[in-house]
Design a protein around this ligand. Sequence first.
Ligand SMILES: Nc1ncnc2c1ncn2[C@@H]1O[C@H](COP(=O)(O)OP(=O)(O)O)[C@@H](O)[C@H]1O
Ligand SMILES: [Mg+2]
Length: 246
Amino acid sequence: MPRTSGAVGAAYLRRGIRRSGALWAAWHRLRRVTKPEPPIPSRGVFIALEGGDGAGKSTQARLLCGWLEELGHTVVVTREPGGTAFGRTVRELVLHGDHVAPRAEALLFAADRAHHVETLILPALGRGEVVITDRYMDSSIAYQGAGRDLGVDEVRELNVWATGGLVPALTVLVDLPADVGRARRGGVHDRLESESADFHDAVRDLFLTLADADPDRYLVVDGELPPEQIHELVRARVAIVAGVAR
Ligand SMILES: Nc1ncnc2c1ncn2[C@@H]1O[C@H](COP(=O)(O)OP(=O)(O)O)[C@@H](O)[C@H]1O
Ligand SMILES: [Mg+2]
């Protein structure tokens, strides 16, 4: 198609701007600011469970799902990594494969999450369903940002980009000393579970820091309480956040 004189003019302008580094950077910043926001689902409810390995996330996901379904909600329980077919391949690589360079590890978790959000979470939220994910971006911020020491802000930025900024309505942090979680899991440890006590202490501290910084979006529960008691605390908070009857 022949270019209009307007398009040719714009191309010249862009080339001129590109030649001047500072202007080019400013142009990019402006484009970022003016880019339309991703669609924010308004109907469904997005809940994340976070915490160390063996803390009781899967147990609470199951209990919460059962309760919400009894109330008549359609619930999707999913997990990261591995909530999609693509994610299951990523899960094998990052949790059960050989050595992965830390930055590659962070990118693989983010890739799993990007695909998970776009192909599973957003469509379900768009249908008005409740999505409960066993781990979300806080796990990356804690494990790769703090545990691997890649930088909390950098890993957060990577994940905000990967998810288009999708944030859970509520994140339940099941808090547990790492050695208690380790004892619960027995002798089977994946790549991250096999990390040192210091690594897992840094992960736990970071989870707690994230929760402290945003109490409206987090519920911290003591993972050493009996599962039913934790579930009761979670129900009380979800009832408020999701506007569901108890
Ligand atoms: N509150 C709890 N108190 C004691 N044991 C628990 C509790 N919650 C879960 N468990 C047990 O601990 C183990 C790990 O729980 P799980 O829910 O799989 O943890 P996660 O998904 O966080 O790794 C399971 O054997 C589970 O039955
Ligand atoms: Mg689990």
